[in-house]
Design a protein around this ligand. Sequence first.
Ligand code: PLP
Length: 399
Amino acid sequence: MSLSLSEKALAVKPSSTLAITAKAKELKAQGLDVVGFGAGEPDFNTPENICNAGIKAIQEGFTKYTPASGINELKQAISEKFKKFNNIDYKPNQIVISNGGKHSLTNVFEAILNPGDEVIIPAPYWLSYPEIVKLAGGVAVFVRGEKEQGYKVSAKQLKEATTSKTKAIVLNTPSNPTGMIYTEAELKEIGDYAVENDVYIVADEMYEYLVYNGEKHVSIASLGEEIYKRTITVSGLAKSYSMTGWRIGYTGSSEEIAKLMGSIQSHQTSNPNSIAQKAALEALTGDQTAVNMMLNEFDKRRKYMYDRINKMPYLSALEPLGAFYMFVDVEGILDKEYKGEKIGSAAKMASVLIEDYNVAVVPCADFGFDDHIRLSYAISIEQIDKGLTRIEKFLSELK
Ligand code: PLP
């Protein structure tokens, strides 16, 4: 058979984080005691009040199609949350509710990109951005935020990477994988750059509730009318409410873009799950105790991990101020040998750790930094302790 396949689809890399999580699960299923630092999701159950709202939705027969871009009550609740938490004014008709943040991002790029349009993605980046951009016909352009810059990029760097084809920039704060957050002053400069160069800002604020040390999450769309007009704000319920499996994400944008995304969604997936929408409504409007409990737990784990990592030989990490990841610089071990073989790359380190120490970590070549690994602290302190002890043992074997 000589039938060809889609070149766009063939150019997409499968998600390596999902692959690592799957590998860790597989080894666990074989009875091995695996510590998984790969998880991009909280280890807590979805809070009970949220689950109950889902159960109630089923019992009340709220199990049919809803409007394609989501139910009005939930849009209203999201609009209020945008006002109160983000200081942004998005009316319900500027909001589109989708099947998770990934789906929201897919809609965004499909709505704004024409073939060949460039999207500037600051590295390190969440590995799905370049693939989603490619699938929407765009071209990903990378700008590096070095460790000395807190892994963040400046407006000046964005300007230097801008061409006549630049359509948008991606801005992820708090960041996956680095845990860094942009300050208001940094965001204002980037916002001004976007206005001067007339580019869209795709602001991924998925981890907006998970911010530590008394720091404050700032939404770039709140920093002025012209910035607001060019920004599409993306968020979701997965990370803050431990609702990863429910698949609810959403966007705030201009009415025009919201209409386009609603129309795309109406053909591609129709509405997000009706039951999950009712659960999301409870999440946003109900008791927030569980969210605060999770935040406090993450904070304890974050401090514990940060302390221990920086006491280890060869490794170092900046203190993450948001999300639940630590971005660990492993450059110091790349020239070392393990069992007579040079380590050479973070990917090799990750494969030794899983094979010989039953510890899953994410090597970050697919995040744009091949001499770093990402450790998630969305697992219990006991697991973190066990995993870090194994990593220490591995480091002690290096020559
Ligand atoms: N944005 C970032 C930065 C993420 O890390 C993730 C998930 O890992 C998402 C968006 C998508 O979240 P979901 O599709 O689970 O709602």
